[in-house]
Design a protein around this ligand. Sequence first.
Ligand SMILES: C[C@H](O)[C@H](O)[C@@H](O)C(=O)CO
Ligand SMILES: [Mn+2]
Length: 414
Amino acid sequence: MSSGYDSAKQVFADWGVDTEAAIARLKDIAISMHCWQGDDVVGFETQTGSSGGGIQATGNHPGRARTPDELRADLEFAYSKIPGTHRLNLHAMYMDTDATPDRDEIEYAHFAPWVDWAKAQGVGLDFNPTFFAHSKADDNLTLSHPDQGIRDFWIEHGRRCREIAAQMGAALGSPAVNNIWVPDGYKDTPIDRMAARRRLEASLDAMFADPLDRAKMLDAVESKLFGIGVEACTVGSHEFYMGYAIRKGTLLCLDMGHFHPTENIADKLSSVALSLDEILLHVSRPMRWDSDHVILLNDDILAMAQELVTADLLGRTHIGLDFFDATISRTAAWVIGVRNMQKALLRALCLPLDQLRKAEDTMDFTTRFTLTEELKDLPHGAIWAEFCARMDVPTGQTLIRDLDSYQASVSSRG
Ligand SMILES: C[C@H](O)[C@H](O)[C@@H](O)C(=O)CO
Ligand SMILES: [Mn+2]
């Protein structure tokens, strides 16, 4: 234990905060790190279409993972610099097989190498059907397409992904969240939004028709405000999916990049949690038209972590990340992004909640205000450094050197 931690621990203790309890709690929070930051959302299929689904990684920083083995090596490096044990969020387009199944033909065997790897690494897996980057998604319509044949193709893809996720969860002893995001929408104002939304609802119902064991997999649905090419209407809007998730008992995925820029996503947690058992987060950072910048330790992330703690939602929220930046080291993006989420959680876990609640409950807003501002001066960095030291991961300049040297080792990739 460092003397820096000793004195910081005492500072927090003087505020009534037990930093040992905070560290112990943080150690057990698994964050689902998304595979797609590692290769700019390209995937390992041979069959693709022109549709990017309105999402796009920009930049040409060297070192993009081109194979499952390269991606796994990068992931292993990233996990080795992140304190704790975490999860991997895999997309269906990242199958690892010599076969070339179309999306409506995929099977668990095509992902078995990922499960073997996850078992060896001690990480859990989450999963996502891929409803974009395919010729049958080129209209930016999939589950809500007017053509029944196209809808059936994607329903079959979704069904298979649920089965695959359930097998992953069974193999790893922890339920895999299977998250549905479809790019469906219209560039210009549609005449019949209701028809499109009825089609999406019917397709989801067909996909979810077989109940699967919640100990093995959990269904989640993800809304979006707009994307490139679907500026006028997104069929799977927030209201659509919130209603759907409540009625059908699925998880609702709140992606922080999928709302109007002035909306406070942290504020939504306590509202939706009253009507939902579990929530999935895609922690992200929107900027202008993009919904997926790498997360900073900024006010939005701090607020999100604070809500998870103060509303007691950590036990029923699955924290996933969703960003992709190809202008910087992809492994550094993962490491710094996950660590930022953890730092935000640590700060939230180190709040003197009793004092803050008491001030609010007694309408003493001056004290609440004074407390929140004075607390910003507490030595959070020393608690974080101690956590990293105990978990045997570097901080500061050592971390930067490690990130740089790994990046140098992958820079020659073509
Ligand atoms: C690749 C992911 O499925 C995707 O980012 C989705 O979660 C999303 O947020 C689309 O904007
Ligand atoms: Mn997302």
